[in-house]
Design a protein around this ligand. Sequence first.
Ligand SMILES: C[S@@+](CC[C@H](N)C(=O)[O-])C[C@H]1O[C@@H](n2cnc3c(N)ncnc32)[C@H](O)[C@@H]1O
Length: 281
Amino acid sequence: MIQKGIPIIFKKESWDSIAKFYGADWLKEGVTGQQCKEIIRGSIPSNSQGYIKILDNACGTGSLTLNIIEILAPNSNIKFTIDACDYSPKMVEQFDRHIQSFPSPNGTITSHVMDGQNLEFPDETFDYAYSMFGLVFFASIDKGLQSMNRVLKSGGTIGISSWSYGNFIQSFYDGYKEVTGHEWNGEDLLKLSKHNEIKGALEKNGFVDIKTVDMTTPIFVESTKGLFDNYIKTPVFLSMFETLSPEQANLFEKIVIDKFDSFHTSSRITINSIIAIAKKP
Ligand SMILES: C[S@@+](CC[C@H](N)C(=O)[O-])C[C@H]1O[C@@H](n2cnc3c(N)ncnc32)[C@H](O)[C@@H]1O
């Protein structure tokens, strides 16, 4: 393991520092928007009625919550609450700002600064509990899943998503290998990135009836240099970048951008993910 002390990826300050960037890029139609729509449509039946209680664990700046509001707002047979939490106060600040300008006639949204591994809600509170690209960055995924299991009602639904290796993410891993001569050997940055891992984690923590789906989502690119500059600030890629010497870092940047350029012209730059939906028995 390369890092000493708490790895960058587990520090809330790392997420705090990119909250504004997420604010601009990760919203309803942003990088995680398609996956949010897919998981909502795959888990909340369109003929639902009554009052439903939803948890958005590690909500970031609000992409899941905004999509839930948009999808459920036309259904006057549903009333809903969303409790959205994130341990980064800056993420929650951006979340609150976005929600204010997005009315939800049949829903009540409440945000919380809270550790998603130790949710502060009573047992059996929620009908649906989601964590979009959030739980996979917890120091303990098991704790996160156990906490979500505890606050879900019996018969309730969990939905989680993880990143897997598409050409975008692979460019960073390949760039790192070319520069250092070895594979990335620090903290595992892409957890639950395979179907059997995500299924195994859900089963181990008491969920049943598990379904997983692969998604490939194109990334909107204005400039490949801009893409690199934005994403290298995120805790996942910063974890790699910070271990390089200045010379290695320059070379790494060049290699990764060259790879982006080749995908950008030959096909598309894509980010791959898995979404999983399961039940609490
Ligand atoms: C990749 S972002 C995803 C945000 C959002 N769910 C989305 O899909 O756009 C990961 C989020 O997980 C949050 N996070 C990481 N560890 C956490 C923890 N232990 N408890 C709560 N939130 C956490 C970060 O602050 C960050 O907002």
